[in-house]
Design a protein around this ligand. Sequence first.
Ligand code: GDP
Length: 176
Amino acid sequence: PAEPGSPYRVVLLGASGVGKTAFASIFAGAADTTTASCVQTSCVRGRLRWTGTRPPVTLMDTWDVETESDWARENFLRSADAFLLLYSVTDRASFLRASELRISLRRFRPAQRTPIILVGNKCDLVRRREVSASEGRTCAAVFDCKFIETSAAMQHNVWEAFRGIVRQLRLRRDSE
Ligand code: GDP
């Protein structure tokens, strides 16, 4: 984080409709919630188990990426500590969008090993699936990030994803 003791900023990225808001509300609902309006984002401050005493994570649901200026977008991406990169397993276009976003992240943050988890959401919609789990896994391997399938609707694996990102932040902190 920017200052010692300030929470890590975890950003939810992904095409519209993939479940970012649903993710943020699960996180907020389970925690002591203060929902603040930031300039371009909604921030949700929540508690995840951490070795320190302070709540370590601020989750940021992203704005409509397309409407922001390049400057605002770039600044925002640079200021984050970690990313949950979402797509919907029922929407191949959102899967392609996740790849594009991953490439942008690499461009904005070339030198850093930023924790990223590729999240295939809506895995409850079995009959509407367009992207298989193995495609997701392969994509994550190519992009050198972790992978998980979730269902925000069923609250399946969502906390696993949050915990996973915290685990990676902690590993990175310990190795610094
Ligand atoms: P956002 O645009 O990325 O913030 O997406 P939302 O969180 O608003 O979700 C878009 C729609 O998908 C809403 O109608 C949600 O209720 C629905 N949705 C989100 N996650 C899931 C999920 O895991 N399963 C199902 N079946 N629907 C979901």
